[in-house]
Design a protein around this ligand. Structure first.
Ligand SMILES: [Zn+2]
Length: 486
């Protein structure tokens, strides 16, 4: 009883407690009223509120007013929310734009505010077609040639307007009296050129949207073919070809692949507005062929030259391609003596003939310098490349040359130097290819090819530093794969 009494006494509020409760209730009511008032005013003035710049588009003092509006046909800009692919962990290498820093957005229409101001402002939208010129487009839309002349000659940036290409989109903004207010040439999803009419002429600016680069990785196990397994794992054709190119020097993808071979690829992906635009390069890859692991890492030196190297800095490439053309078959091999089909006599065949369609690109087998380009007797149209002091390669019976590959030009391995043909003494289209070591003809099919240059001494430390995170990631992926398999 005593307990009950004391309990009820405690539950009974004192005068002070009642006063505090009234005060709380009053504050709550006040907040509610304030909230309601706020909402009602913002509904009333919604057009004004929409004009307020979004946080990422706050004006710079020297920047014109920009409104977060869209031109017709533009997709709404979504906030970038990195969504990791369920297959693998994606992580962002580079943030798009820092939130606090106002940036000029390429997709912000020049004259969007005009559309907002009323129906008397309108935008012409025109997709550039083959054969179009700005002059014809202006004429088509009753815009004066004089206006175009003044725009184009207003600055070097504006001059770039003359270089329009099919597929680009032109937006022209006009007021109700058809006066020119501004234009925007959308050159690609990333780049555009913007011209705005100002009091004393035109302002021009080139805009470039930030591409977000993410890193992704894909692994797979081969059952029958690398292509099939890579496709199934979600690798694009482009990346499959890149993989084959990187490891093709060590592994014969047609003959040496076995069931159970494994691969892992770490690669870049470019994103625009949170949507994938394209695959970037492979940063690191591993291929386990018949239990033997091969690893390749991308390294770019400070001259901008990039290549794939093994973790110890050796090049993944050989200095020469085994065959400088995608051929259908080998029509004649290297031989001391063979019956010449055209001459009808016995002659040594000092190269390899690769039968291929006329026009098939012929590639430089290795880095070097073109020392001959022209007709050379029975070889017809011929290119000879000198690779350092020891090696030369010869490409005969070409139908034509690559314009860029002139006598004296430096060429890179894989660069097209000409096209298959049957010039000179030839019965059908083929490439006659010779490989000489210190002036002596060697069999291109069997000669031991030297490795391409390893990482230069001066880049070795930098290389080791840069590849460590990629190697760690490959290890991590392998451990995860093993753990998942168990
Ligand atoms: Zn030949």
């Amino acid at each position: 009883m005593q307990d009950f009494k004391s309990y009820t006494l405690e539950r009974k509020p004192t005068r002070g407690q009642i006063g505090r409760r009234i005060l709380y209730a009053a504050i709550l009511l006040l907040l509610l009223v304030a909230g309601l008032l706020y909402f009602s005013t913002s509904i009333d003035n919604s057009p004004v509120d929409e004009r307020l710049p979004a946080p990422e588009q706050i004006e710079k003092p020297d920047q014109k007013r920009v409104l977060p509006l869209q031109l017709p046909g533009q997709s709404k800009r979504e906030p970038i929310a990195p969504s990791p692919s369920p297959k693998s962990i994606s992580f962002i290498k580079q943030a798009v734009a820092t939130e606090n820093e106002p940036t000029i957005e390429a997709d912000t229409p020049v004259v969007a505010e005009m559309q907002e101001q009323g129906p008397e402002f309108h935008t012409l939208t025109y997709e550039i077609k083959n054969g179009d010129s700005l002059a014809t487009i202006f004429k088509k839309h009753d815009l004066s040639a004089n206006l175009l002349h003044r725009i184009v000659h207003s600055s070097d940036t504006a001059k770039k307007l003359t270089d329009i290409r099919p597929g680009e989109v032109l937006y022209v903004d006009l007021d109700h009296e058809q006066n020119f207010l501004g234009l925007r040439l959308e050159q690609s999803k990333i780049n555009s050129l913007k011209i705005t009419a100002v009091d004393d002429g035109f302002e021009s600016v080139e805009l470039s949207r930030e591409v977000e680069v993410r890193t992704n990785h894909i692994s797979g196990t081969i059952e029958s073919s690398f292509y099939g397994a890579a496709k199934e794992a979600g690798l694009s054709e482009k990346l499959i070809m890149q993989m084959a190119g990187i490891f093709g020097w060590d592994i014969d993808f047609a003959l040496e692949i076995r069931s159970g071979d494994q691969f892992t690829v770490i690669f870049e992906e470019d994103y625009l507005d949170g949507e994938k635009l394209r695959d970037g390069p492979i940063l690191a890859a591993e291929f386990v062929n018949r239990g033997r692991p091969y690893r390749a890492l991308l390294y770019s030196d400070d001259t901008g030259r990039s290549d794939y190297y093994s973790p110890d800095g050796r090049s993944m490439r050989k200095a020469f391609l085994r065959a400088p053309v995608d051929f259908r078959r080998i029509s004649s091999r290297f031989a001391r003596e063979r019956y010449h089909p055209v001459l009808g006599k016995k002659r040594p065949h000092r190269g390899v003939d690769y039968a291929a369609k006329t026009g098939t690109p012929v590639k430089a087998a290795g880095d070097g310098k073109i020392i001959h380009r022209g007709k050379k007797g029975g070889y017809g149209r011929t290119v000879i490349i000198k690779h350092g002091q020891t090696y030369t390669t010869l490409y005969g019976h070409l139908s034509r040359y690559n314009k860029k590959a002139k006598r004296g030009s430096k060429v890179k391995q894989g660069q097209t130097i000409g096209y298959v043909g049957s010039s000179g003494l030839a019965t059908g289209p083929h490439l006659h290819y010779e490989f000489r070591v210190n002036g002596v003809h060697r069999n291109p099919l069997t000669v031991k090819l030297p490795a391409a240059k390893p990482i230069a001494k001066k880049y070795r430390d930098d290389f080791q530093l840069k590849i460590q995170p990629l190697l760690s990631q490959l290890e991590l992926i392998n451990r995860t794969l093993v753990a998942n398999a168990e």
